[in-house]
Design a binder for this molecule. Structure first.
Ligand code: GDP
Length: 290
């Protein structure tokens, strides 16, 4: 799993893993908090690590690291990380504020589903607030060699989704990836907008497998997490795409998301290229994080 090696371990530069004393545990807890694990999860992880180290008489650095990986793996496991694409078509709504990497992630995901899972993918440009959003998505549709349905700036997003679903059914598309506007100013707006889109899916593709993925920028740390809580409350998320994990030493945010949202990270973005998206794998992540 190549791209997980871009995850940074710099968060524990000052920790001496071979010196397992009181100071070690205190420094570890501080560093885990700095790495955005969240205070509660950091305290709990260190408490359990003390117990395991004592019970198993662990005395070497690698043993301690593995014990910590096992503890965090349990915390990261909060549900299936696979996308439900069991129907034809399946519909994936992708939400998130501007700048987090939503368009890029949709493009990477489309490419991945087409090449690796042999899916026929159609992009739906339902972010009609900005002309640029549709243009950018079209560029990604070209790169990922998949179809796109778009309309003019200011068009009704619901009408674009309606067209996309009709096209998907007519053409035998496997997966519709639907971009949505990231700039709705308040909760009520966002809820109304997503409600409209969901109604169209329920009417036009009532039996379709549905996913609602939130795109989160890992470099925004705990602020991003607060944002995610609002989205979860109003949108009912089935998964997270965590982007820009290559640009931060604060990878602990993966654990904070699982613990505080209870929603699985399904994909991680580790770069700007088309291949820089991988399904989340807790073991691979932890091997590169610790
Ligand atoms: P959107 O406004 O949410 O649609 O964001 P874009 O998809 O346009 O992405 C915003 C910027 O983030 C672009 O410069 C992307 O290349 C960059 N970006 C997206 N995902 C990643 C990632 O996983 N890693 C890095 N380093 N950059 C990313």
């Amino acid at each position: 799993m190549g791209i997980f090696s871009k995850i940074k371990k710099a968060w524990y530069d000052t920790i001496v893993w071979e010196m397992i004393d009181e100071e070690f545990y205190e420094t570890l807890e501080e560093n885990l908090i700095m790495a955005d694990l969240g205070a509660g999860a950091a305290a709990d992880a260190v408490k359990r690590l003390r117990e395991v180290v004592y019970d198993k008489s662990i005395q070497n650095g690698e043993g301690v690291k593995q014990a910590l990986r096992d503890i965090l793996e349990e915390k990261l496991t909060v549900g299936s990380t696979a996308l439900d694409l069991s129907t034809k078509p399946s519909v994936v709504l992708v939400i998130g504020v501007n700048g987090v990497g939503k368009t890029t992630s949709i493009g990477k995901l489309a490419d991945r589903l087409r090449r690796k899972e042999k899916k026929r993918v159609l992009l739906c440009a339902a972010d009609t607030f900005r002309a640029a959003a549709g243009d950018q998505l079209e560029i990604w549709a070209d790169r990922a060699k998949c179809e796109i349905v778009r309309s003019k700036e200011g068009a009704d997003p619901g009408a674009v989704l309606f067209d996309a679903l009709s096209a998907a059914k007519a053409r035998g598309v496997d997966v519709v990836l639907c971009d949505t506007a990231g700039r709705l100013h308040n909760k009520a707006n966002l809820m109304a907008e997503l409600g409209k889109l969901r109604k169209i899916i329920d009417r036009e593709a009532p039996d379709a497998a549905k996913e609602t993925l939130l795109v989160l920028d890992a470099t925004t740390g705990q602020n991003g997490l607060q944002q995610a809580k609002v989205f979860k409350e109003i949108a009912g998320l089935t998964g997270i795409i965590l982007t820009k994990l290559d640009g931060t030493a604060k990878g602990g945010i993966c654990v904070a998301i699982a613990q505080e949202l209870g929603v699985p990270v399904k994909y991680v973005g580790l770069g700007e290229g088309i291949d820089d998206l991988e399904p989340f794998d807790a073991k691979e992540f932890l091997k590169n994080f610790i």
